[in-house]
Design a protein around this ligand. Sequence first.
Ligand code: FMN
Length: 181
Amino acid sequence: MNKIVVVYKSKYGSTKKYAESISDRLNAELFECSDIKPDKLNEYDTIIFGGGLYASGINGISLITKNYQSIKDKNLIVFTVGLASTDDKEIFIPIIEKNFAEEMSNNIQFFHMRGGIDYKKLSFVHKPMMAMMKKIVSKKKEEELTDEDKMMLDTYGDKVDFTDINTIEPLVQFVENLYNK
Ligand SMILES: Cc1cc2nc3c(=O)[nH]c(=O)nc-3n(C[C@H](O)[C@H](O)[C@H](O)COP(=O)(O)O)c2cc1C
């Protein structure tokens, strides 16, 4: 019997929302990252991991990278959730390069979804981080600003929610195709 698991790490809830919908659609078991022991991953033949983006790091991704050798023969899927627009997939190349060794990134299927931010709810660690990022970006010349920088400056201090559950569809179809071959 084929088994699928969805594991997620979510600080403010966007990644959790996507992970729950993906597990519903695929009839997959669902775990918050800290509720699953690495050994348990061996029970599944498809592992879907989702994590929020924090300063280009993927929250919780060490579950996959640290245990890669024992899970590398499985279907591995990682989805990220961040504020940045997902229209241009090129912007995720440096994020993948930062988080994974080349062998891993060649063997993992990636998907990117959009999250949100509510500055009022940021933790005591994240609030000054965002203030620092704003300070750095504000010093850039207009022509040096990336789309991501502009979006951050436009939404700084506010509450924005770009989550769109329909954007799980490519991931869901990818996994369904694995089983319909
Ligand atoms: C300190 C901090 C750093 C962030 N860095 C990034 C980033 O590098 N790229 C990005 O797209 N979004 C970034 N975000 C936005 C989060 O990824 C976004 O809020 C996402 O919805 C978080 O998902 P979660 O609530 O499931 O953890 C950052 C947010 C905070 C608070």
